[in-house]
Design a protein around this ligand. Structure first.
Ligand SMILES: Nc1ncnc2c1ncn2[C@@H]1O[C@H](COP(=O)(O)OP(=O)(O)OP(=O)(O)O)[C@@H](O)[C@H]1O
Ligand SMILES: [Mg+2]
Length: 582
C-alpha cells in the first residue's frame, strides 16, 4: 500500500515541479476561496449581531446600516468569485500543460525507439496510452489545488475544535483518521483492478484500430460478424472490469461518507458528557458541531484526490513503459560524408532474426560498387525485404556488419544513415497531405526539385490531372489514389532526397511493366548519383541492373550478371520463368 501511495505522490510531485507557477496560482486562488468562506462566516455573524438584531430589537432605522452591509457581502462574493476563477484557470493550465507534455514526450520517444521495440507493440494500445492514459495520468491535477486549499480549512477547523475541548478534538481527529484510512485502503485495494482496466482500454483500442484499418478486407470478405464478435469480447471484458471497479469504489465511498456523520453523533454524545462534567457550554458543542460539519466536504475531496493519485499512477506506469524504455537506437558520432556520388555498400557475416523468431538471414556477405545498380532476386519469403531493410538500418544485424564506404552503419550520427540511404518499401505509405507534402515530407525542396523527382518517378502526368495538381490532398493512406499512383509518389519522395543509396523493395510492383521500365531506365540515365539496390521479379527490370544477387532461404547463393545466373542457377531461371508466365 505504501508503495502505491509513495509512487503516486512522487508522480504528482514531478508534475507539480514541472509547472510550479501554474500550481502556485491555482493554490493561491483556492486559498482566496477558502478564506472567503471563513471571512463570510465571520462577517455574516457580525452583521447579524450589529445590524439585524438591533433593527429587530430596537426598531432602529436600517437604511444607513444596510448599504455598507450589502456592499461588504457583495465584495466578499466578488473576492470569492475571483478566487474560483484564478484556481480554475491555474488548475486547467497545470492539467492541460502536463497532458501535453506527456503526449509530446510519448511521440518523441517512440521515434527514438528501435524496431524490435515497435515490433512488440499494438498501434491501438499506443493510441490509448497517448490519449486516454496521458489524460488519466494528469486528471488528479484538476482537484489537487482545491484539495490543498481546503486542507487548510480542515487543519483550522481541527485546531479550533481542539481549542474548545481536547476530547471533542480527539473525536474529530479519530473521525478524520478513519475517513483517510478508508480512502487510502480502498484506493490501494482497487489499484490493481484499475491498472487492469486501463490495460483493457488499450485492448479495445487495439481491436478497434485494427478493425477500422482493415474495414475494406472485412467488408470484402463479409467478415463483419467475426469483427463484431472480437470487438464484443474485449468491450464486454472492459465493461465487466469497469463494473468491478465502480461497485467497489462506490461501496468504499459510501462508507467513507457515513463516517463524518458518525463523527457528528460522537461529538453530540461526548459533548453531552463534557457539558455534564461542566467542562464546556452547550454553545461550544454547537460550534464544534458546526465546524465538524464544515469538515465533511474537505475530507471527501481529500479522498477523491487520493483515488485520483493512484489512478494517475496506474496510467503513468503505462506511459513510463514507453517514455522510459531504453531500447533506443544507438547512434555513433560520424557525420554522413555528403558526397554527391553513389556509395559503396558491403556486408560481412550478416546474420539476423526477428525478435523471438528463427534466423531469417544467415552469414550474408556482399559488396556493391559505388554507382552500381544491383537487383536482389529470390523466392518469396527468402529474406529480400529483410536484407534491404538492414541496408537502411531499419534493423541492426545480430552478427556481422553493414558498411557504407567502409563505415559501419552503427557509427553514423542520428539521421546520418537516412540522409545517405532512402528506401521505398514494398507497401508504400502516404499521409493525408497534399502530393507535394507527401514528396517533401517536412524538408525544403524547390519546385524544380519536386518536379524533377516526380518526372523520374513517372508521376507528373497523373499528378497534373488531379483536381489541384501537386496540391491535391490524397486522403488517409493515399485512399484517393490507385496502388501504382501511390507507389510513384512514394518513389518521388525517395528520389527528391538524392540519396547516395536508393533502395527499391519491389517498389514498382503495382506499376505496369512499360512504366516500370521507363522509371528504371530514367534512374539509370539520370544524373542521380545513386547506387541502386532493387528487389525485383520482372525480367525487364532485372536486366536493367548491372548485377544480380540471388537469395534463397536467407542466404546469398550466387551473384553475377543476369546472363551468368540464367546459365548457371536453376533456381534463378525458375523464378524468372514463373514471373514471365504470369
Ligand atoms: N516483421 C517480421 N517479424 C517476424 N518475421 C518476419 C517479419 N518480416 C518478415 N518476417 C519473416 O522473415 C522471412 C523473410 O521475410 P521477407 O519479408 O524478408 O521476405 P521476402 O523475400 O521479402 O519475401 P517477398 O518476396 O514475399 O516480399 C519470412 O519467413 C517472414 O515470415
Ligand atoms: Mg519482400
Amino acid at each position: 500500500m505504501g508503495t502505491v501511495l509513495r509512487q503516486g505522490g512522487a508522480h504528482v510531485g514531478r508534475l507539480i515541479r514541472a509547472h510550479p507557477i501554474a500550481f502556485t496560482i491555482a493554490v493561491f486562488g483556492s486559498t482566496m476561496f477558502v478564506s472567503a468562506i471563513a471571512i463570510a462566516a465571520v462577517v455574516i455573524g457580525n452583521i447579524t449581531d450589529d445590524v439585524i438584531i438591533p433593527v429587530l430589537d430596537g426598531g432602529e432605522p436600517y437604511a444607513d446600516l444596510l448599504r455598507p452591509a450589502v456592499l461588504l457581502i457583495a465584495g466578499i462574493a466578488l473576492y470569492k468569485a475571483v478566487g474560483i476563477i484564478i484556481r480554475r484557470v491555474g488548475a486547467s493550465w497545470l492539467q492541460i500543460r502536463s497532458q501535453m507534455d506527456f503526449v509530446s514526450r510519448l511521440i518523441h520517444h517512440q521515434y527514438k525507439l528501435s524496431m524490435p521495440w515497435h515490433h512488440g507493440e499494438d498501434t491501438g494500445d499506443l493510441l490509448a496510452i497517448t490519449d486516454n492514459d496521458a489524460g488519466q495520468a494528469t486528471f488528479v491535477l484538476g482537484p489537487l489545488p482545491y484539495a490543498t486549499g481546503v486542507s487548510l480549512l480542515l487543519i483550522g477547523a481541527l485546531v479550533l475544535v481542539t481549542s474548545i475541548d481536547v476530547w471533542l478534538g480527539l473525536v474529530a481527529l479519530i473521525s478524520f483518521g478513519l475517513v483517510v484510512t478508508t480512502d487510502v485502503g480502498s484506493a490501494w485495494f482497487i489499484f490493481g483492478g484499475f491498472e487492469k482496466l486501463q490495460r483493457m482500454v488499450g485492448d479495445v483500442s487495439a481491436v478497434a484500430h485494427e478493425s477500422f484499418d482493415g474495414a475494406l478486407t472485412v467488408k470484402a470478405i463479409g467478415a463483419e460478424d467475426l469483427e463484431v464478435e472480437r470487438f464484443s469480447r474485449v468491450s464486454n471484458a472492459l465493461r465487466d472490469q469497469r463494473t468491478w471497479v465502480s461497485v467497489r469504489a462506490e461501496s468504499f465511498r459510501t462508507v467513507s461518507e457515513i463516517i463524518p456523520t458518525l463523527g457528528l453523533i460522537a461529538v453530540i454524545v461526548v459533548g453531552g458528557y463534557r457539558i455534564e462534567a461542566g467542562a464546556i457550554t452547550p454553545g461550544e458543542v454547537v460550534t464544534a458541531l458546526y465546524l465538524m460539519s464544515l469538515l465533511s466536504f474537505p475530507i471527501r475531496l481529500i479522498g477523491f484526490v487520493t483515488w485520483e493519485t493512484t489512478f494517475a499512477l496506474a496510467s503513468w506506469r503505462r506511459i513510463a513503459r514507453i517514455v522510459e524504455a531504453d531500447d533506443l537506437i544507438h547512434h555513433g558520432e560520424m557525420d554522413p560524408s555528403g558526397q554527391a556520388t553513389g556509395t559503396e555498400v558491403s556486408g560481412e557475416n550478416v546474420t539476423f532474426s526477428y525478435p523471438g523468431g528463427v534466423p531469417v538471414l544467415s552469414d550474408l556477405g556482399f559488396h556493391i560498387q559505388p554507382g552500381e545498380t544491383v537487383a536482389v532476386v529470390g523466392p518469396t519469403a527468402s529474406g529480400k525485404s529483410t536484407m534491404v531493410s538492414l541496408l537502411a538500418r531499419l534493423w541492426d544485424p545480430d552478427h556481422g556488419t553493414i558498411q557504407l564506404d567502409g563505415r559501419d552503419l552503427r557509427d553514423f550520427a542520428e539521421r546520418g544513415v537516412s540522409s545517405e540511404v532512402t528506401i521505398v518499401p514494398q507497401e508504400s505509405f502516404l499521409f493525408n497531405l497534399s502530393v507535394r507534402e507527401n514528396i517533401t515530407l517536412g524538408q525544403h525542396f524547390s519546385e524544380e526539385e519536386v518536379r524533377a523527382a516526380a518526372d523520374l518517378a513517372q508521376a507528373t502526368p497523373f499528378v497534373l490531372e488531379l483536381p489541384q495538381g501537386f496540391d491535391t490532398v490524397v486522403g488517409e493512406q493515399g485512399a484517393t489514389l490507385s496502388g501504382g499512383q501511390a507507389q510513384r509518389i512514394a518513389l518521388a519522395r525517395s528520389i527528391v532526397r538524392k540519396p547516395r543509396l536508393l533502395i527499391l523493395d519491389d517498389a514498382t510492383s503495382a506499376i505496369d511493366p512499360s512504366v516500370e521500365t521507363a522509371i528504371l531506365t530514367g534512374l539509370r540515365d539520370a544524373e542521380l548519383p545513386s547506387t541502386v539496390v532493387l528487389v525485383a521479379y520482372r525480367q525487364a527490370s532485372i536486366t536493367l541492373a548491372d548485377r544480380v544477387i540471388l537469395v534463397d532461404d536467407g542466404r546469398i547463393i550466387a551473384t553475377g550478371t543476369h546472363a551468368h545466373l540464367l546459365a548457371t542457377q536453376p533456381v534463378y531461371s525458375d523464378i524468372l520463368t514463373a514471373y514471365a508466365n504470369v
